[in-house]
Design a binder for this molecule. Structure first.
Ligand SMILES: Nc1ncnc2c1ncn2[C@@H]1O[C@H](COP(=O)(O)OP(=O)(O)OP(=O)(O)O)[C@@H](O)[C@H]1O
Length: 232
C-alpha cells in the first residue's frame, strides 16, 4: 500500500455517561487506546459493551463525556460532520462481517474508498495488497462463498482500507470455529499493531482478550482492569 505515516493519536474516551431505559450503562467511563495498542473489553451479556462502541461511532449520543479518534472529535458533531469524521477516523469489524456476499473480496474492501470519492484503480490495488497481507484469496470468487475466517479477514481489510487511526471490533471471532478464531484474532491484532492503529475489541473469548495490551471488564457501568487474569 502507499506509505501513510502512522497516526500519532489513538482513541480517547473521557467521562462518558450513557443511560437508556432507566439503566446507567456507562458511568463516567474513561479509556485511552494508544496508536498501535489494543484494548479488550469483556463483560456479561447486556452490560453495555456494544453500546460503548456505538458511542464511539456516534450511533448513540451519550448524555455527557467526550470521545476523540486520531485527534478527531467524535462527540457533539452534527450528522454530516459526524458521518465524515466516522469515515475518516474509525473502522469497524462486526461479528458477522456484514460484507456484500455477491461482490468479490477486492470489491468489498475497495468500497469504502469509492464511497468516499477515492480513485478506483488505487483503491483496488490497495485492497489486493491488504487481502494478500491477510491471506485472503482475491480472485473473482464472490465473498459469500469464502470460509467464515476468510470472510472475517476480508471484513478486517475493509475496515482498514481507509487507514483509520482507530479500529473497533465487536465479537470479531464470535461466529467462527476455534481454529479460524485464532487465525483471525492473530491477524487482527498484528495488522493493527503494524499500522499504528488503536484497536478496541469487545469479546467474550478469553483467548482474544489475552492478545490485548490491556483488558477491562465492563461491570455496572465501570471498566475494571482485568489484564493479569486475562493472560493467566
Ligand atoms: N434503545 C434501547 N432501549 C432500551 N434498552 C436498550 C436500548 N438499547 C440497548 N438497550 C439495552 O442496553 C443493554 C446493553 O446492550 P449492549 O448490546 O450494549 O450489551 P452487550 O454488553 O454488548 O451485550 P452482548 O454481550 O450480549 O452483546 C441491553 O440490556 C440492551 O437491552
Amino acid at each position: 500500500m502507499r506509505h501513510v505515516p502512522a497516526p500519532d493519536e489513538g482513541l480517547r474516551i473521557d467521562d462518558l455517561t450513557y443511560r437508556i431505559g432507566g439503566r446507567l450503562l456507562l458511568d463516567r467511563v474513561c479509556l485511552d487506546v494508544e496508536p498501535g495498542q489494543a484494548v479488550a473489553v469483556t463483560g456479561p451479556s447486556g452490560s453495555g459493551k456494544s453500546t460503548l462502541l456505538s458511542c464511539v461511532l456516534g450511533l448513540v449520543r451519550p448524555q455527557s463525556g467526550t470521545i476523540s479518534a486520531g485527534g478527531q472529535r467524535m462527540t457533539g458533531l452534527k450528522a454530516g460532520a459526524l458521518a465524515a469524521a466516522r469515515r475518516r477516523s474509525v473502522g469497524m469489524v462486526f461479528q458477522f462481517g456484514e460484507l456484500l456476499p455477491e461482490l468479490t473480496p477486492v470489491e468489498n474492501v475497495a468500497l469504502p474508498v469509492l464511497l468516499d470519492g477515492g480513485h478506483q484503480a488505487q483503491a483496488e490495488k490497495d485492497a489486493v495488497e491488504l487481502l494478500e497481507e491477510l491471506a485472503v484469496p482475491h480472485g473473482a470468487t464472490p465473498t459469500g462463498v469464502l470460509s467464515g475466517g476468510e470472510r472475517q479477514r476480508t471484513a478486517v481489510a475493509r475496515a482498514l482500507i481507509t487507514r483509520p487511526p482507530v479500529l473497533l471490533a465487536d465479537e470479531p471471532t464470535g461466529a467462527l470455529d476455534p481454529k479460524a478464531r485464532e487465525v483471525v484474532a492473530g491477524q487482527l491484532f498484528e495488522v493493527c499493531r503494524d499500522r499504528g492503529c488503536a484497536l478496541l475489541v469487545v469479546t467474550h473469548d478469553p483467548n482474544v482478550a489475552a492478545r490485548a495490551d490491556q483488558c477491562f471488564e465492563l461491570q455496572e457501568g465501570a471498566l475494571i482492569a482485568t489484564g493479569l487474569e486475562a493472560r493467566s
